[in-house]
Design a protein around this ligand. Structure first.
Ligand SMILES: Nc1ncnc2c1ncn2[C@@H]1O[C@H](COP(=O)(O)OP(=O)(O)O)[C@@H](O)[C@H]1O
Ligand SMILES: [Mg+2]
Length: 496
Protein backbone atom coordinates (compact mmCIF):
# COMPACT_ATOMS: atom_id res chain seq x y z
CA UNK A 1 0.00 0.00 0.00
CA UNK A 2 1.25 3.44 -0.76
CA UNK A 3 1.98 6.05 1.85
CA UNK A 4 -0.80 7.91 0.19
CA UNK A 5 -3.46 5.46 1.18
CA UNK A 6 -2.11 5.17 4.68
CA UNK A 7 -3.74 8.44 5.71
CA UNK A 8 -7.48 8.53 6.19
CA UNK A 9 -9.42 9.98 3.27
CA UNK A 10 -9.47 13.73 3.25
CA UNK A 11 -7.00 14.21 6.08
CA UNK A 12 -3.56 14.80 4.76
CA UNK A 13 -0.69 14.99 7.11
CA UNK A 14 1.51 17.72 7.08
CA UNK A 15 4.19 20.03 6.12
CA UNK A 16 7.30 18.55 7.67
CA UNK A 17 9.47 16.24 5.64
CA UNK A 18 8.84 13.48 8.19
CA UNK A 19 5.12 13.90 7.73
CA UNK A 20 4.99 14.37 4.01
CA UNK A 21 1.87 13.00 2.41
CA UNK A 22 3.96 10.82 0.16
CA UNK A 23 7.64 10.56 0.72
CA UNK A 24 9.17 8.78 -2.23
CA UNK A 25 11.16 5.76 -1.17
CA UNK A 26 11.00 6.86 2.41
CA UNK A 27 12.52 3.60 3.58
CA UNK A 28 15.80 4.92 2.25
CA UNK A 29 15.32 8.44 3.43
CA UNK A 30 16.72 8.09 6.95
CA UNK A 31 19.93 6.50 5.74
CA UNK A 32 20.39 9.20 3.21
CA UNK A 33 19.63 11.91 5.73
CA UNK A 34 22.11 10.39 8.20
CA UNK A 35 24.84 10.43 5.60
CA UNK A 36 23.92 13.62 3.97
CA UNK A 37 26.77 15.68 5.38
CA UNK A 38 29.49 13.41 4.18
CA UNK A 39 27.89 12.93 0.79
CA UNK A 40 28.00 16.66 0.28
CA UNK A 41 31.73 16.58 0.80
CA UNK A 42 32.37 14.43 -2.26
CA UNK A 43 34.27 15.94 -5.14
CA UNK A 44 32.39 18.15 -7.54
CA UNK A 45 32.96 15.74 -10.42
CA UNK A 46 31.64 12.77 -8.48
CA UNK A 47 28.51 14.60 -7.50
CA UNK A 48 27.81 16.52 -10.65
CA UNK A 49 28.67 19.65 -8.71
CA UNK A 50 29.21 22.69 -10.74
CA UNK A 51 29.70 26.31 -10.19
CA UNK A 52 26.33 27.89 -9.89
CA UNK A 53 25.70 31.45 -9.02
CA UNK A 54 22.68 31.60 -6.73
CA UNK A 55 22.25 35.27 -7.50
CA UNK A 56 21.39 34.45 -11.06
CA UNK A 57 17.65 34.55 -11.19
CA UNK A 58 14.98 34.63 -13.78
CA UNK A 59 13.44 38.05 -14.27
CA UNK A 60 10.65 38.02 -11.77
CA UNK A 61 7.93 40.57 -11.43
CA UNK A 62 7.64 42.34 -8.06
CA UNK A 63 4.07 41.14 -7.61
CA UNK A 64 5.17 37.55 -8.26
CA UNK A 65 7.98 37.93 -5.71
CA UNK A 66 5.42 39.10 -3.15
CA UNK A 67 3.15 36.20 -3.99
CA UNK A 68 6.01 33.72 -3.55
CA UNK A 69 7.00 35.35 -0.25
CA UNK A 70 3.41 34.99 0.93
CA UNK A 71 3.52 31.28 0.23
CA UNK A 72 6.83 30.93 2.07
CA UNK A 73 5.44 32.87 5.04
CA UNK A 74 2.16 31.02 5.28
CA UNK A 75 3.42 27.51 4.62
CA UNK A 76 5.90 26.70 7.39
CA UNK A 77 8.87 24.66 6.34
CA UNK A 78 8.42 25.04 2.62
CA UNK A 79 11.45 27.29 2.22
CA UNK A 80 13.63 24.69 3.97
CA UNK A 81 12.92 22.34 1.10
CA UNK A 82 12.35 24.57 -1.90
CA UNK A 83 13.70 27.84 -3.25
CA UNK A 84 10.88 29.47 -5.15
CA UNK A 85 12.10 30.80 -8.47
CA UNK A 86 9.09 32.04 -10.42
CA UNK A 87 5.39 31.71 -10.91
CA UNK A 88 4.73 29.64 -14.02
CA UNK A 89 1.04 29.07 -14.08
CA UNK A 90 -2.11 30.52 -12.68
CA UNK A 91 -5.34 28.72 -13.36
CA UNK A 92 -8.85 28.46 -12.00
CA UNK A 93 -7.87 25.89 -9.44
CA UNK A 94 -4.22 26.51 -8.64
CA UNK A 95 -1.08 28.54 -8.88
CA UNK A 96 2.05 26.76 -10.06
CA UNK A 97 5.57 27.85 -9.13
CA UNK A 98 8.94 26.81 -10.42
CA UNK A 99 11.20 25.98 -7.49
CA UNK A 100 14.60 24.51 -6.84
CA UNK A 101 14.45 21.24 -4.94
CA UNK A 102 16.97 21.93 -2.17
CA UNK A 103 16.81 18.41 -0.76
CA UNK A 104 17.06 16.62 -4.10
CA UNK A 105 20.10 14.64 -3.06
CA UNK A 106 18.43 13.43 0.11
CA UNK A 107 16.07 11.20 -1.81
CA UNK A 108 16.12 8.53 -4.39
CA UNK A 109 14.62 10.22 -7.42
CA UNK A 110 13.15 7.40 -9.45
CA UNK A 111 10.61 9.76 -10.94
CA UNK A 112 13.37 11.72 -12.57
CA UNK A 113 13.49 9.87 -15.88
CA UNK A 114 14.03 13.09 -17.79
CA UNK A 115 17.06 14.10 -15.79
CA UNK A 116 19.64 13.38 -18.48
CA UNK A 117 17.60 15.28 -20.97
CA UNK A 118 17.24 18.05 -18.44
CA UNK A 119 20.98 18.29 -18.07
CA UNK A 120 21.36 18.96 -21.76
CA UNK A 121 18.24 20.70 -22.82
CA UNK A 122 15.83 21.36 -20.11
CA UNK A 123 17.08 23.16 -17.07
CA UNK A 124 19.92 25.23 -18.36
CA UNK A 125 19.70 28.62 -16.81
CA UNK A 126 19.43 31.07 -19.64
CA UNK A 127 21.07 33.70 -17.47
CA UNK A 128 23.69 31.47 -15.88
CA UNK A 129 27.19 32.87 -15.99
CA UNK A 130 30.43 31.19 -15.20
CA UNK A 131 33.22 32.48 -13.05
CA UNK A 132 35.53 34.74 -14.95
CA UNK A 133 32.96 35.60 -17.53
CA UNK A 134 32.76 39.20 -18.49
CA UNK A 135 30.43 41.27 -16.38
CA UNK A 136 30.27 38.76 -13.54
CA UNK A 137 29.54 40.79 -10.46
CA UNK A 138 29.98 37.82 -8.10
CA UNK A 139 33.67 36.89 -8.13
CA UNK A 140 33.15 33.96 -5.76
CA UNK A 141 29.97 32.25 -6.74
CA UNK A 142 28.81 29.51 -4.44
CA UNK A 143 29.93 26.04 -5.35
CA UNK A 144 26.89 23.90 -5.35
CA UNK A 145 25.05 21.23 -7.15
CA UNK A 146 23.36 21.78 -10.40
CA UNK A 147 19.91 23.00 -9.44
CA UNK A 148 17.11 20.52 -9.79
CA UNK A 149 13.78 22.09 -10.47
CA UNK A 150 10.30 21.09 -9.52
CA UNK A 151 6.87 22.57 -10.09
CA UNK A 152 4.94 23.35 -6.93
CA UNK A 153 1.23 23.29 -7.57
CA UNK A 154 -0.57 25.17 -4.83
CA UNK A 155 -4.17 24.04 -5.03
CA UNK A 156 -6.63 26.75 -4.04
CA UNK A 157 -8.37 26.34 -0.74
CA UNK A 158 -11.67 26.73 -2.56
CA UNK A 159 -11.21 23.24 -4.04
CA UNK A 160 -12.99 20.63 -1.96
CA UNK A 161 -10.75 18.25 0.00
CA UNK A 162 -12.28 15.36 -1.92
CA UNK A 163 -11.40 16.93 -5.24
CA UNK A 164 -7.82 17.53 -4.12
CA UNK A 165 -7.54 14.00 -2.82
CA UNK A 166 -8.93 12.71 -6.11
CA UNK A 167 -6.30 14.60 -8.16
CA UNK A 168 -3.43 13.37 -6.00
CA UNK A 169 -4.72 9.81 -5.86
CA UNK A 170 -5.15 9.53 -9.61
CA UNK A 171 -1.68 10.95 -10.20
CA UNK A 172 -0.33 8.46 -7.71
CA UNK A 173 -2.08 5.61 -9.56
CA UNK A 174 -0.59 6.80 -12.84
CA UNK A 175 2.99 6.91 -11.61
CA UNK A 176 5.35 5.33 -14.10
CA UNK A 177 3.07 6.03 -17.07
CA UNK A 178 5.01 7.44 -19.97
CA UNK A 179 4.22 11.06 -20.87
CA UNK A 180 2.20 11.56 -17.68
CA UNK A 181 3.74 14.03 -15.23
CA UNK A 182 4.61 12.03 -12.10
CA UNK A 183 3.63 13.21 -8.65
CA UNK A 184 6.74 13.40 -6.47
CA UNK A 185 5.05 14.17 -3.19
CA UNK A 186 2.50 16.50 -1.63
CA UNK A 187 2.28 18.60 1.50
CA UNK A 188 -0.53 20.07 3.51
CA UNK A 189 -0.48 22.87 6.03
CA UNK A 190 -3.89 23.67 7.47
CA UNK A 191 -6.11 24.15 4.43
CA UNK A 192 -3.27 24.64 1.94
CA UNK A 193 -2.14 21.75 -0.24
CA UNK A 194 0.96 21.80 -2.42
CA UNK A 195 1.64 19.04 -4.94
CA UNK A 196 5.27 18.61 -6.01
CA UNK A 197 5.91 17.61 -9.64
CA UNK A 198 9.05 17.51 -11.77
CA UNK A 199 9.50 20.75 -13.66
CA UNK A 200 9.09 20.28 -17.41
CA UNK A 201 10.24 23.14 -19.61
CA UNK A 202 7.89 23.48 -22.52
CA UNK A 203 6.92 25.94 -25.16
CA UNK A 204 3.80 28.02 -25.02
CA UNK A 205 1.22 26.58 -27.39
CA UNK A 206 0.12 30.08 -28.41
CA UNK A 207 3.59 30.64 -29.80
CA UNK A 208 4.10 27.29 -31.46
CA UNK A 209 0.73 26.58 -33.05
CA UNK A 210 1.26 28.80 -36.07
CA UNK A 211 4.56 27.30 -37.08
CA UNK A 212 3.92 23.64 -36.32
CA UNK A 213 4.57 21.47 -39.36
CA UNK A 214 2.75 18.18 -39.80
CA UNK A 215 5.94 16.34 -38.80
CA UNK A 216 5.89 18.29 -35.51
CA UNK A 217 2.24 17.40 -35.04
CA UNK A 218 3.19 13.76 -35.41
CA UNK A 219 5.62 13.97 -32.49
CA UNK A 220 3.18 16.00 -30.44
CA UNK A 221 0.30 13.59 -30.90
CA UNK A 222 2.38 10.45 -30.56
CA UNK A 223 3.34 11.68 -27.13
CA UNK A 224 -0.17 12.86 -26.24
CA UNK A 225 -1.80 9.61 -27.35
CA UNK A 226 0.84 7.61 -25.49
CA UNK A 227 -0.14 9.50 -22.34
CA UNK A 228 -3.84 9.07 -23.02
CA UNK A 229 -3.42 5.38 -23.77
CA UNK A 230 -1.88 4.85 -20.32
CA UNK A 231 -4.46 7.01 -18.59
CA UNK A 232 -7.36 5.30 -20.35
CA UNK A 233 -5.91 1.86 -19.65
CA UNK A 234 -6.34 2.75 -15.98
CA UNK A 235 -10.01 3.58 -16.79
CA UNK A 236 -9.37 7.20 -15.97
CA UNK A 237 -10.90 10.09 -17.92
CA UNK A 238 -8.74 13.19 -17.86
CA UNK A 239 -11.69 15.44 -18.80
CA UNK A 240 -9.61 18.51 -19.49
CA UNK A 241 -7.38 17.78 -22.47
CA UNK A 242 -6.20 21.09 -23.93
CA UNK A 243 -2.85 22.64 -24.84
CA UNK A 244 -2.13 24.15 -21.42
CA UNK A 245 -2.52 20.73 -19.83
CA UNK A 246 -0.10 18.99 -22.18
CA UNK A 247 3.35 20.47 -21.76
CA UNK A 248 5.27 19.89 -24.95
CA UNK A 249 8.97 20.28 -25.48
CA UNK A 250 9.73 20.46 -29.22
CA UNK A 251 13.43 19.76 -28.74
CA UNK A 252 12.75 16.51 -26.96
CA UNK A 253 9.72 15.87 -29.14
CA UNK A 254 7.99 14.75 -25.98
CA UNK A 255 5.34 16.18 -23.77
CA UNK A 256 3.79 15.41 -20.41
CA UNK A 257 0.17 15.41 -19.44
CA UNK A 258 -0.61 17.46 -16.33
CA UNK A 259 -3.63 18.65 -14.40
CA UNK A 260 -5.78 15.80 -13.20
CA UNK A 261 -7.95 18.27 -11.29
CA UNK A 262 -11.10 17.27 -13.19
CA UNK A 263 -10.13 13.67 -13.88
CA UNK A 264 -12.33 10.83 -12.75
CA UNK A 265 -12.53 7.08 -12.87
CA UNK A 266 -14.80 5.84 -15.62
CA UNK A 267 -18.29 5.22 -14.23
CA UNK A 268 -17.61 6.94 -10.91
CA UNK A 269 -20.10 9.74 -11.59
CA UNK A 270 -22.87 7.29 -12.36
CA UNK A 271 -26.27 8.97 -12.61
CA UNK A 272 -28.08 6.34 -14.67
CA UNK A 273 -27.26 4.65 -17.97
CA UNK A 274 -27.49 6.87 -21.01
CA UNK A 275 -29.49 5.75 -24.01
CA UNK A 276 -26.27 5.57 -26.01
CA UNK A 277 -25.15 2.56 -23.99
CA UNK A 278 -28.06 0.52 -25.45
CA UNK A 279 -28.36 -1.24 -28.79
CA UNK A 280 -29.77 0.73 -31.71
CA UNK A 281 -33.08 -1.23 -31.57
CA UNK A 282 -33.61 -0.33 -27.93
CA UNK A 283 -32.65 3.23 -28.69
CA UNK A 284 -35.22 3.37 -31.47
CA UNK A 285 -38.04 1.90 -29.41
CA UNK A 286 -37.23 4.22 -26.49
CA UNK A 287 -37.31 7.16 -28.87
CA UNK A 288 -40.71 6.15 -30.20
CA UNK A 289 -42.06 6.01 -26.64
CA UNK A 290 -40.53 9.34 -25.76
CA UNK A 291 -42.24 12.53 -24.72
CA UNK A 292 -41.03 14.17 -27.90
CA UNK A 293 -42.56 11.54 -30.14
CA UNK A 294 -45.84 11.20 -28.28
CA UNK A 295 -46.41 14.88 -27.48
CA UNK A 296 -44.67 16.71 -30.28
CA UNK A 297 -44.94 14.23 -33.11
CA UNK A 298 -47.74 16.21 -34.73
CA UNK A 299 -45.42 19.17 -34.92
CA UNK A 300 -42.47 17.16 -36.21
CA UNK A 301 -42.82 18.59 -39.65
CA UNK A 302 -43.99 22.01 -38.62
CA UNK A 303 -41.98 24.88 -37.23
CA UNK A 304 -42.99 24.44 -33.59
CA UNK A 305 -40.40 26.12 -31.43
CA UNK A 306 -39.48 26.39 -27.79
CA UNK A 307 -39.76 24.02 -24.85
CA UNK A 308 -42.69 21.80 -23.84
CA UNK A 309 -44.67 23.84 -21.32
CA UNK A 310 -45.59 21.12 -18.88
CA UNK A 311 -42.56 18.93 -19.05
CA UNK A 312 -42.77 16.67 -16.03
CA UNK A 313 -39.52 14.82 -16.73
CA UNK A 314 -36.85 15.10 -14.05
CA UNK A 315 -33.98 17.34 -15.12
CA UNK A 316 -30.99 15.48 -16.37
CA UNK A 317 -27.71 15.58 -14.47
CA UNK A 318 -24.41 14.71 -16.04
CA UNK A 319 -20.82 15.71 -15.47
CA UNK A 320 -20.03 18.58 -17.81
CA UNK A 321 -16.66 19.50 -16.32
CA UNK A 322 -14.10 20.55 -18.90
CA UNK A 323 -13.02 23.61 -20.82
CA UNK A 324 -15.12 25.61 -23.26
CA UNK A 325 -14.32 24.69 -26.82
CA UNK A 326 -12.84 21.29 -25.89
CA UNK A 327 -15.97 19.54 -24.61
CA UNK A 328 -17.06 16.50 -26.58
CA UNK A 329 -20.58 16.49 -28.06
CA UNK A 330 -21.76 13.84 -25.61
CA UNK A 331 -20.64 16.06 -22.72
CA UNK A 332 -22.69 18.95 -24.14
CA UNK A 333 -25.58 16.55 -24.64
CA UNK A 334 -25.41 15.52 -20.99
CA UNK A 335 -24.62 11.90 -21.67
CA UNK A 336 -24.59 10.00 -18.39
CA UNK A 337 -22.37 7.21 -19.72
CA UNK A 338 -19.32 9.26 -20.69
CA UNK A 339 -16.21 7.31 -21.53
CA UNK A 340 -12.52 7.95 -22.10
CA UNK A 341 -13.49 8.92 -25.67
CA UNK A 342 -14.31 12.42 -24.44
CA UNK A 343 -10.54 12.99 -24.18
CA UNK A 344 -10.06 11.86 -27.77
CA UNK A 345 -12.48 14.50 -29.00
CA UNK A 346 -10.54 17.18 -27.10
CA UNK A 347 -7.28 15.89 -28.62
CA UNK A 348 -9.03 16.26 -31.98
CA UNK A 349 -9.78 19.89 -31.19
CA UNK A 350 -6.05 20.46 -30.60
CA UNK A 351 -5.26 18.85 -33.96
CA UNK A 352 -7.90 20.98 -35.63
CA UNK A 353 -6.35 24.07 -34.04
CA UNK A 354 -2.94 23.12 -35.42
CA UNK A 355 -4.17 22.24 -38.88
CA UNK A 356 -6.51 25.22 -39.07
CA UNK A 357 -3.93 27.49 -37.44
CA UNK A 358 -6.57 29.15 -35.35
CA UNK A 359 -6.51 29.32 -31.59
CA UNK A 360 -8.93 29.04 -30.03
CA UNK A 361 -10.73 27.22 -32.80
CA UNK A 362 -14.06 27.05 -31.01
CA UNK A 363 -14.95 30.16 -29.15
CA UNK A 364 -18.37 29.64 -27.66
CA UNK A 365 -19.61 31.42 -24.56
CA UNK A 366 -21.73 28.51 -23.37
CA UNK A 367 -22.88 25.00 -24.20
CA UNK A 368 -25.69 26.14 -26.51
CA UNK A 369 -23.25 28.25 -28.50
CA UNK A 370 -20.89 25.29 -28.60
CA UNK A 371 -23.64 23.13 -30.11
CA UNK A 372 -24.25 25.80 -32.74
CA UNK A 373 -20.56 25.83 -33.62
CA UNK A 374 -20.61 22.06 -33.97
CA UNK A 375 -23.81 22.14 -36.01
CA UNK A 376 -22.23 24.66 -38.40
CA UNK A 377 -19.62 22.02 -39.20
CA UNK A 378 -21.60 18.80 -39.02
CA UNK A 379 -24.99 20.06 -40.26
CA UNK A 380 -28.34 19.47 -38.60
CA UNK A 381 -28.84 15.95 -39.89
CA UNK A 382 -25.85 14.52 -38.07
CA UNK A 383 -26.44 16.66 -35.00
CA UNK A 384 -29.97 15.31 -34.68
CA UNK A 385 -28.66 11.76 -34.90
CA UNK A 386 -25.96 12.48 -32.34
CA UNK A 387 -28.47 14.06 -29.96
CA UNK A 388 -30.98 11.22 -30.38
CA UNK A 389 -28.26 8.77 -29.45
CA UNK A 390 -28.20 10.30 -25.98
CA UNK A 391 -31.97 10.68 -25.80
CA UNK A 392 -31.92 14.36 -26.67
CA UNK A 393 -33.54 16.42 -29.41
CA UNK A 394 -31.51 18.83 -31.49
CA UNK A 395 -33.48 21.57 -33.19
CA UNK A 396 -32.37 24.84 -34.68
CA UNK A 397 -33.87 27.47 -36.94
CA UNK A 398 -30.63 29.30 -37.55
CA UNK A 399 -30.65 29.77 -41.31
CA UNK A 400 -26.89 29.55 -41.79
CA UNK A 401 -26.75 26.02 -40.40
CA UNK A 402 -27.20 23.66 -43.30
CA UNK A 403 -28.52 20.17 -43.24
CA UNK A 404 -25.44 18.39 -44.46
CA UNK A 405 -22.38 20.11 -43.09
CA UNK A 406 -18.85 20.12 -44.51
CA UNK A 407 -15.92 17.78 -44.81
CA UNK A 408 -12.92 18.23 -42.55
CA UNK A 409 -10.67 18.83 -45.54
CA UNK A 410 -12.80 21.72 -46.67
CA UNK A 411 -12.90 23.10 -43.17
CA UNK A 412 -9.14 22.88 -42.64
CA UNK A 413 -8.58 24.60 -45.98
CA UNK A 414 -10.93 27.41 -45.06
CA UNK A 415 -9.51 27.82 -41.58
CA UNK A 416 -5.90 27.87 -42.72
CA UNK A 417 -6.70 29.93 -45.83
CA UNK A 418 -5.03 27.62 -48.32
CA UNK A 419 -6.36 26.41 -51.62
CA UNK A 420 -5.03 22.91 -51.35
CA UNK A 421 -3.70 20.76 -48.54
CA UNK A 422 -0.42 18.91 -48.78
CA UNK A 423 -0.57 15.12 -48.79
CA UNK A 424 0.69 15.07 -45.21
CA UNK A 425 -1.98 17.56 -44.15
CA UNK A 426 -4.57 15.39 -45.84
CA UNK A 427 -3.31 12.44 -43.89
CA UNK A 428 -3.48 14.41 -40.65
CA UNK A 429 -6.99 15.47 -41.60
CA UNK A 430 -7.99 11.83 -41.96
CA UNK A 431 -6.82 11.30 -38.38
CA UNK A 432 -8.77 14.39 -37.39
CA UNK A 433 -11.95 12.90 -38.84
CA UNK A 434 -11.44 9.80 -36.69
CA UNK A 435 -11.01 11.89 -33.56
CA UNK A 436 -13.78 14.41 -34.13
CA UNK A 437 -16.40 11.79 -34.71
CA UNK A 438 -19.75 12.69 -33.13
CA UNK A 439 -20.51 9.10 -32.14
CA UNK A 440 -18.16 8.24 -29.24
CA UNK A 441 -18.47 4.54 -30.08
CA UNK A 442 -17.05 5.16 -33.56
CA UNK A 443 -14.42 7.66 -32.41
CA UNK A 444 -10.83 6.43 -32.32
CA UNK A 445 -9.41 5.31 -29.01
CA UNK A 446 -5.87 6.38 -28.06
CA UNK A 447 -4.59 2.94 -29.01
CA UNK A 448 -6.33 3.05 -32.39
CA UNK A 449 -5.08 6.57 -32.99
CA UNK A 450 -1.50 5.39 -32.44
CA UNK A 451 -2.10 2.72 -35.07
CA UNK A 452 -3.46 5.24 -37.58
CA UNK A 453 -1.60 5.60 -40.89
CA UNK A 454 -0.60 9.07 -39.69
CA UNK A 455 1.89 7.32 -37.39
CA UNK A 456 2.42 3.95 -39.03
CA UNK A 457 2.77 5.11 -42.63
CA UNK A 458 3.62 8.79 -42.40
CA UNK A 459 3.55 10.95 -45.49
CA UNK A 460 6.33 13.50 -45.31
CA UNK A 461 5.15 16.22 -47.53
CA UNK A 462 5.48 19.40 -45.57
CA UNK A 463 6.00 22.87 -46.82
CA UNK A 464 6.75 25.92 -44.76
CA UNK A 465 3.60 27.58 -43.56
CA UNK A 466 2.46 30.09 -46.12
CA UNK A 467 4.14 28.17 -48.90
CA UNK A 468 2.59 26.46 -51.85
CA UNK A 469 2.42 22.68 -51.73
CA UNK A 470 3.44 22.56 -55.39
CA UNK A 471 6.78 24.16 -54.50
CA UNK A 472 7.91 21.08 -52.64
CA UNK A 473 8.13 19.00 -55.82
CA UNK A 474 6.41 15.67 -55.34
CA UNK A 475 2.74 16.70 -55.36
CA UNK A 476 0.99 14.23 -57.58
CA UNK A 477 -1.89 16.63 -57.52
CA UNK A 478 -1.78 18.16 -60.97
CA UNK A 479 -5.14 18.64 -62.57
CA UNK A 480 -6.72 18.05 -59.20
CA UNK A 481 -8.15 21.53 -59.04
CA UNK A 482 -11.40 22.14 -57.25
CA UNK A 483 -14.57 22.49 -59.05
CA UNK A 484 -16.30 24.21 -56.16
CA UNK A 485 -19.82 22.99 -56.74
CA UNK A 486 -18.90 19.38 -57.32
CA UNK A 487 -16.55 19.61 -54.39
CA UNK A 488 -19.26 20.94 -52.08
CA UNK A 489 -21.55 18.10 -53.02
CA UNK A 490 -18.83 15.53 -52.45
CA UNK A 491 -18.01 17.11 -49.11
CA UNK A 492 -21.57 16.92 -47.97
CA UNK A 493 -21.83 13.30 -48.96
CA UNK A 494 -18.62 12.53 -47.14
CA UNK A 495 -20.12 13.80 -43.92
CA UNK A 496 -23.13 11.48 -43.98
N1 LIG B 1 5.32 19.99 -14.03
C1 LIG B 1 5.24 21.17 -14.59
N2 LIG B 1 6.33 21.72 -15.20
C2 LIG B 1 6.26 22.95 -15.76
N3 LIG B 1 5.16 23.71 -15.77
C3 LIG B 1 4.05 23.23 -15.18
C4 LIG B 1 4.03 21.94 -14.57
N4 LIG B 1 2.78 21.71 -14.08
C5 LIG B 1 2.05 22.80 -14.38
N5 LIG B 1 2.80 23.72 -15.03
C6 LIG B 1 2.34 25.03 -15.55
O1 LIG B 1 1.29 25.50 -14.74
C7 LIG B 1 0.08 25.59 -15.50
C8 LIG B 1 -1.11 25.22 -14.65
O2 LIG B 1 -0.94 23.89 -14.16
P1 LIG B 1 -2.19 22.91 -14.02
O3 LIG B 1 -1.74 21.65 -13.37
O4 LIG B 1 -2.82 22.79 -15.36
O5 LIG B 1 -3.12 23.72 -13.02
P2 LIG B 1 -4.63 24.25 -13.12
O6 LIG B 1 -5.45 23.17 -12.48
O7 LIG B 1 -4.65 25.51 -12.33
O8 LIG B 1 -4.96 24.46 -14.57
C9 LIG B 1 0.30 24.67 -16.70
O9 LIG B 1 -0.47 25.08 -17.81
C10 LIG B 1 1.79 24.87 -16.96
O10 LIG B 1 2.03 26.06 -17.66
MG1 LIG C 1 -4.63 23.27 -16.22
Amino acid sequence: MSAFHAVPAGTFSAQRPELALTVPNHTERDNIMANSDSSLEDTPEENGLEEFDPHDEEDVDESVKEDMKRLEDTFPGISDRFRLVNRIGEGTFSTVYKAEDLLYDHYRNDWDTFQNAQDDNWTNHPTKRRRGEEGNSHPFPARRRKPRFVALKKIYVTSSPLRIQNELELLHDLRGCRSVCPLITAFRYQDQVVAVLPFFPHTDFRIQYRTFMVADMRHYFRSLFTALHSVHKHNILHRDIKPTNFLYNPELREGVLVDFGLAEREGSEYTGTCLCANTSQIRRSRFLQSYYYTHCASSLNTTALGYPKNDSRPSRRANRAGTRGFRAPEVLLKCTSQTTKIDMWSAGVILLTLLGRRFPFFNSADDVDAMIEMASIFGTRRMKLAAAMHGQIFETNIPTIGEKGYSWEKLVKWASCVEELTESEKQATRLLAGLMELDPYKRLSAKEALQHEFFTDPIDHDVEWGGNPDDSGDTGEEGDKDDDEADDAADEVAMI
